[in-house]
Design a protein around this ligand. Structure first.
Ligand code: TYD
Ligand code: MG
Length: 460
């Protein structure tokens, strides 16, 4: 226990220490401990003195009623949540500013209100007039949602206790102010206090809460990161602001799987679910050099996306590696394997890779598609047999020795590619596509002209 009324909280991991340390004992980050006023209400409850202890019950005897879920009416969101919102649960929706968090939560509340549920929209960022302007662009129910514009935590909690809605949106956790803390709203201590108090009232009054949280592009801002353990679900709302496609992904879910992702498009009239994402991306794909279709998985759902690459002579040392929608370090790995095991020299070339449509693919299954797109761009030759009429599709993870490794759900990826009429799919051995054991095998199928030329060179 600290002697004073303050505690030192790590702004990187949220770890608490009574005294200041130069290095956080929790995560090892330097210079990250920040002094915060000790939270009175949400802190750990002291052990009850003289308690008699509890009698544990076998789990089989625990009463666990099947909870009727609150459906937001936004199919993609309900699916990611595991079939709707669980009453009394707290869902944190994190995303960069402008991604559409307010739009999504407002639409969800509108649908819930239309379905007869009691709702409340608490805006700490915008005036009710601004919230109304947005709601006017959304489907009809949005305008029926009761709203308040308030940043004072006490007032918000008092309103929740008085109104006792079934579902409430708090937009955002960073703007509410717990007055007993001296830190500015949005600081680690404040955000934790605000979230802790909201979680407590949600459980007590059985109010489902959608808690909006801002994260920076790097996902680093004080807030969502330190809240993950407090809430029941964490959803990440991702995508590039300038692009139309956005995905909602579950990072943590106490009531469902974390493998699900929903795809949305931002339109004039709000966010629209994209149910035929594959169709759109494949229609746009061509057989131009540097283009390939990746048979990806978004959670349990297959998704076809186009991956494009451009390779140009570089004047820079080191040359440029620019990537959108795919991990930078992963790209470095793929390029190294491509150079070493695929015989595609890239040391003096700038390489640009883009996953079309603003989609982000975060799975090892994307490696092969990226490698093929780059190889095709480097050679200036389209992928696939010369007589092919559809773009080449691919998936698979690249190993450091140039082998092509198995990735999850090959049958679903292949089925999706076939559904959209893609003739050639290069897949890891055992997947039942155009199986390839190594990157070199894959290149032989994907760039047959190149293979012939190489063979000729070997023979010469
Ligand atoms: P918003 O939901 O306010 O983002 P966040 O709460 O995550 O900061 O909306 C993001 C952007 O979406 C905003 O710049 C305007 C745009 N937008 C549309 O294109 N169509 C719409 O119907 C709405 C409501 C917003
Ligand atoms: Mg907003």
């Amino acid at each position: 226990m600290a002697r004073s009324g303050t505690v030192h909280v790590c702004s990187a991991c949220g770890h608490e220490e009574p005294r200041w340390h130069g290095r956080c004992p929790g995560c090892g980050e330097w210079n990250s401990l920040v002094e915060e006023a000790r939270a009175g209400s949400s802190g750990r409850s002291p052990a009850r003195a003289g308690g008699a202890g509890l009698k544990p019950i076998p789990l089989a005897d625990v009463h666990a009623p099947e909870l009727a879920r609150l459906l937001t009416g936004i199919g993609e969101l309900d699916r990611v949540l595991g079939g709707g919102i669980v009453p009394g649960s707290v869902v944190l929706i994190g995303g960069a500013p402008g991604i559409g968090k307010s739009t999504l939560t407002n639409m969800a509340l509108g649908n819930l209100a239309s379905a007869g549920h009691r709702t409340l929209y608490v805006s700490g960022e915008e005036s009710t007039a601004q919230v109304r302007l947005r709601a006017a662009r959304l489907p009809a129910g949005a305008l029926t949602v009761p709203a308040i514009a308030e940043t004072d935590l006490e007032t918000v909690i008092a309103t929740l206790e008085r109104e006792r809605p079934d579902v409430c949106v708090i937009d955002s956790v960073q703007t509410l102010d717990a007055r007993e803390l001296s830190g500015a709203p949005g600081s680690v201590g404040q955000v934790r206090e605000v979230a802790g108090r909201i979680v407590a009232v949600a459980k007590r009054e059985r109010i489902a809460v959608l808690l909006v949280g801002h994260v920076t592009k790097e996902g680093a801002l004080a807030g969502p990161r330190v809240l993950e353990h407090l809430v029941d679900c964490v959803l990440a709302f991702e995508g590039e602001r300038e692009r139309t496609y956005r995905t909602v992904r579950a990072i943590k879910n106490r009531f469902g799987s974390t493998n699900e992702a929903g795809v949305f498009e931002m339109r004039q009239d709000g966010l629209v679910e994209v149910l035929d994402a594959s169709a759109r991306f494949v229609d746009a794909a061509t057989r131009a050099p540097g283009s390939v279709v990746l048979a990806a998985m978004e959670g349990t759902r297959p998704l076809l996306v186009e991956v494009q690459a451009l390779v140009t002579p570089s004047e820079l040392v080191p040359p440029r590696r620019v990537v959108n929608g795919f991990d930078r370090n992963r790209l470095a790995l793929v390029l190294a394997v491509l150079t070493r095991h695929g015989g595609v020299p890239l040391a003096s070339s700038d390489v640009f890779v883009n996953v079309v449509g603003g989609v982000r693919v975060d799975e090892p299954g994307a490696d092969l598609a990226v490698a093929l797109a780059v190889a095709s761009a480097a050679r200036g030759a389209p992928l696939g047999p010369p007589e092919a009429s559809t773009p080449l599709a691919a998936f698979g993870e690249l190993g450091l020795t140039g082998e092509l490794r198995w990735v999850g759900h090959p049958e679903r990826r292949l089925a999706e590619a076939r559904k959209f009429g893609l003739e050639t799919v290069i897949a890891p051995a055992g997947s039942d596509g155009h199986d390839a054991a190594t990157l070199r095998d894959a290149l032989t199928v994907a760039l047959p002209q190149l293979a012939v030329r190489q063979r000729a060179r070997v023979a010469a």
